[in-house]
Ligand binder design. Structure first.
Ligand SMILES: CCNc1ncnc2c1ncn2[C@@H]1O[C@H](/C=C/CNC(=O)c2cc(-c3ccc(F)cc3)cc(O)c2O)[C@@H](O)[C@H]1O
Ligand SMILES: [Mg+2]
Length: 214
């Protein structure tokens, strides 16, 4: 049977990366996507911006919306302090299965809880299911038309506190116009755009970092 792109990406990790070495997993995926097959990982250029935001916040609790193959999950989790928790939501079971193996290859299972399901169903259950009060950082990288509804849902569920940071991928390409309009015009957020490029290309894209004011 034909393999899928996520399966071929996992094969590249298992062939090129060293078990237990997150940096080598990130490099193996970037090399695969740059030289073999493009895939919608945040990538190395935007990934450096992601790294700097994570290092600046040093979060104890992180929520990622849209795991895909686990590239940004590994990028974030490798920088987390010992008892920090990253919860990542992925509703495609095939992608979730690949991501679990990528996260395991990096040796980061202890820091990551991959939850198979839709953000809309799980955001309201974060407190009761995982004992989370609020998230220090949320990385949005799922369906682009879901950024805004899920942000409103997180507000309603009290998952954001004064100082919580939302970091959104692809605000230019493919674009998240309704989210950008909302977050940039809301008095409850301080937003800043980090100009970059669409992963592995010269096309403009960027990350929007928004701090919740409570
Ligand atoms: C239903 C909403 N809730 C969800 N809950 C949990 N997981 C979800 C959800 N939505 C989507 N997902 C998962 O997130 C992932 C989806 C990501 C969508 N991303 C993109 O479309 C995307 C697309 C591009 C892109 C850019 C230019 C192109 F020419 C082609 C593609 C670049 C990116 O960086 C992207 O992130 C998948 O793994 C999907 O199964
Ligand atoms: Mg993306």
């Amino acid at each position: 049977t034909q393999s899928t792109r996520p399966q071929r990406l996992l094969n590249a990790v298992q062939k090129k990366a060293t078990r237990g070495d997150p940096r080598s997993v990130v490099k193996a995926i970037d090399d695969f996507c740059r030289h073999k097959e493009w895939a919608m990982n945040v990538g190395d250029e935007k990934g450096c911006i992601l790294d700097s935001v994570v290092s600046e916040i040093n979060p104890a609790t992180v929520l990622e919306l849209g795991t895909y193959c686990g590239y940004s999950t590994v990028r974030i989790a490798r920088l987390l302090p010992p008892h920090a928790k990253l919860i990542t939501l992925e509703f495609n079971p095939d992608f979730a299965a690949i991501a679990r193996q990528v996260i395991a290859w990096a040796g980061l299972e202890e820091k990551v809880q991959l939850v198979e399901g839709a953000s809309g169903d799980w955001i309201p259950k974060m407190k009761e299911q995982f004992g989370i009060t609020t998230f220090d950082l949320v990385f949005l990288d799922h369906w682009k038309d879901r950024y805004l509804p899920d942000t409103k849902l997180m507000e309603e569920c009290g998952l954001l506190r004064k100082g919580s940071v939302l970091l959104a991928d692809n605000v230019i390409c493919p674009g998240t116009p309704d989210y950008l309009e909302y977050i940039r015009s809301s008095p409850r957020y301080e937003s800043r755009y980090f100009k970059s490029h669409l992963e592995y290309t010269k096309v403009e894209d960027g990350l929007e970092k928004s701090v919740f004011k409570g």
